[in-house]
Design a protein around this ligand. Structure first.
Ligand SMILES: [Fe+2]
Length: 208
């Protein structure tokens, strides 16, 4: 009898941490944003951001980086095979009004990006990841009602329901968006993290 085994080659890690922060911290972050400086998104005025802050230098986020860091070390271990020293270099709050959206993007100059949800996300406005957006080659697809979508052929994937206090981590190169929000106001904290160094045998790249 022959045996059949299918493996995922070169998979991309995605981490979800439930209840990273409790309700009091969620409320405090939401309040800080209401009273803090805001900037409107360049593509839509239904999305606004807090000013980008260094989390270690900001009262608003004090303590948050310490809670996040162990998860960065674990996730970074999957990406780089080593327990590295991780630095959250920037952190900001997003507020998405009903009807608002965030266009497809990735985060430059960063290795791990994360989102902490401060409100429930309406099913229409779940963070959605894309496999790719094409290059300069012709592309072929087999997408119709009869197709079974799975990890090997799906062009995109939406994060299942998240609640206030939940966090997700993903490699910063991953393309993602928030589709049009057909629910209530949606608030998140976003951040970018870098390791203090990467090493290629005797050569070290230092960041931060
Ligand atoms: Fe993003």
């Amino acid at each position: 009898m022959s045996e059949v085994e299918v493996s995922g080659l070169f998979p991309v890690p995605f981490m979800r941490v439930s209840d990273l922060i409790d309700g009091d911290v969620v409320d405090a972050l939401k309040q800080r944003f209401e009273s803090g400086a805001t900037e409107t998104n360049v593509k839509t005025d239904l999305l606004s951001h807090s000013t980008v802050l260094n989390p270690d230098a900001s009262d608003s986020f004090s303590g948050l980086s310490d809670i996040i860091r162990p998860h960065l070390v674990e996730f970074g271990g999957l990406l780089f095979g080593e327990e590295l020293d991780w630095l959250i270099k920037e952190m900001w709050i997003n507020r998405l009004e009903p009807g608002g959206f965030q266009t497809v993007h990735s985060h430059a100059n960063s290795f791990i990006s994360g989102v902490i949800y401060l409100t429930r996300s309406h099913p229409s406005a779940r963070t959605t990841f894309y496999r790719g957006m094409g290059g300069r080659e012709f592309a072929f697809a087999n997408e119709h009602k009869g197709v079974r979508m799975g990890p090997f052929n799906a062009p995109k994937w939406a994060v299942p329901e998240t609640g206030p206090g939940d966090m997700v981590l993903f490699p910063s190169f991953m393309l993602h968006e928030v589709p049009k929000n057909e629910g209530a106001v949606r608030m998140t904290v976003a951040f970018n993290a870098i390791p203090k160094r990467l090493k290629s045998w005797d050569y070290e790249l230092n960041f931060g």
